[in-house]
Design a protein. Structure first.
Length: 377
């Protein structure tokens, strides 16, 4: 069985932690990973005997779903690549990769501590099967893992002792099962449109996908990115009085921050659709006009909403008749993005980086996002 003729069948060992439990480490050493791989091989062989004809590869790392479900599935791709390099016959065709001197053998197999607080930890596995076996084995795994994929008692006990945790469940899932589970989780918290974009990025990255958020913000997946409608543009098409429009804008910004954070966690960048510049530092920038020398020097104004802080920044020039000329709107999607965003705007528009806090969301007479007139500032 030549390595080049093997098809990779991705699986995962999902650990559902008891309440308030967290593993004492996120990776296993080489010897520990090998011990766990032997136990996993026994469990899988009992479920689907054809597993004995495939090469089982295990990464001794605990991940969150956002780390595994990224375009190109880099964790599994790395695990498969490493496993293909190992000559057949070593460790009875079971190969495991653990940490040495605190590091995994490749960067994609290093879990990110930022995502370590969830109630479910996922340990990636892969079966490398000959072409003649791969389709049948894949079908059997999809059926058997859903129906009776609970890890064996010895495996569960080993996991609890080695990671210092109590488990509610430990079970094997195919990658398709994990995709379906994540879909249900996002739908449960009213993020079905996000899953629609994420599914396209994972499974059909060559195809464009469009959707609307729950609040009606237009979103589009294309070219490896998610392109979001400008919130200011979205606001211009909303109804209601000023209070309604401010509330609606705060709501859509809360939603956009959710989308931005989750897409970033899944390794998918977000940009503003149709924006003149691409800015990839935790914020979105929409330049709507160039400075006019007949107006005053540009200033930066912070729109604020209760509980959300600064939801948008407007760059505007004071002009005649007490009117402000808007040059750009920018949207920080996370608190740490505010400082770099201000520096970028100040540099682009040759303005001071001082931020004038408004204490509210400023709208013009037509209910559009704006800046205060000079007489009011």
């Amino acid at each position: 069985m030549e390595a080049g003729l093997l098809q990779a069948l991705p699986i995962v060992l999902a650990l559902e932690l008891s309440p308030d439990e967290q593993p004492r480490q996120l990776t296993l050493g080489r010897d520990e990973a090998a011990e766990l791989a032997a136990l996993v091989a026994d469990d899988l062989h009992a479920l689907v005997p054809q597993v004995a004809q495939a090469r089982l590869a295990l990464a001794g790392s605990l991940f969150d779903a956002v780390e595994l479900l990224r375009p190109g599935f880099p964790v599994w791709a790395t695990l498969d690549e490493l496993a293909r390099r190992v000559p057949r016959g070593q460790l009875e065709n079971v190969v495991a990769f653990g940490s040495h001197d605190g590091h995994m053998p490749a960067q994609p197999l290093e879990p990110d501590p930022r995502y370590a607080g969830g109630p479910m930890r996922l340990l990636p596995l892969s079966l490398l099967a000959p072409d003649a076996l791969a389709s049948e084995l894949s079908d059997r795994l999809e059926v058997e893992l859903v129906g009776r994929g609970e890890a064996g008692t010895r495996t569960s006990d080993w996991l609890m002792r080695s990671f210092g945790i109590r488990l509610e469940h430990a079970r094997f899932l195919s990658r398709n099962d994990l995709l379906a589970l994540t879909c249900v989780q996002y739908e449960h918290v009213n993020l079905a449109p996000l899953w629609q974009l994420l599914e396209a990025a994972l499974l059909t990255p060559y195809r464009e996908e469009t959707t609307l958020s729950a609040r009606g913000l237009s979103l589009r997946y294309a070219d490896g990115k998610v392109w979001a409608q400008s919130p200011a543009q979205w606001l211009a098409h909303q109804g209601g009085d000023a209070a309604d429009r401010r509330h609606a804008f705060a709501g859509v910004m809360f939603e956009l921050r959710q989308y931005g954070a989750l897409l970033h966690a899944h390794g998918i960048p977000m940009q503003l659709d149709g924006a003149a510049v691409e800015y990839d530092n935790g914020a979105l920038i929409d330049i709507v006009a160039s400075p006019d020398m007949s107006y005053g020097a540009p200033s930066l104004f912070a729109h604020e909403a209760p509980g959300l802080g600064v939801v948008a920044i407007t760059v505007a020039q004071p002009g005649p008749a007490g009117r402000a000329r808007v040059l750009a709107h920018a949207y920080p999607l996370q608190p740490s993005a505010l400082g770099p965003l201000l520096a970028t705007l100040a540099d682009h528009f040759d303005s001071a980086s001082d931020l004038h806090a408004l204490g509210h969301i400023e709208l013009d007479e037509n209910g559009r996002l704006s800046a205060p007139s000079p007489s009011l500032h």
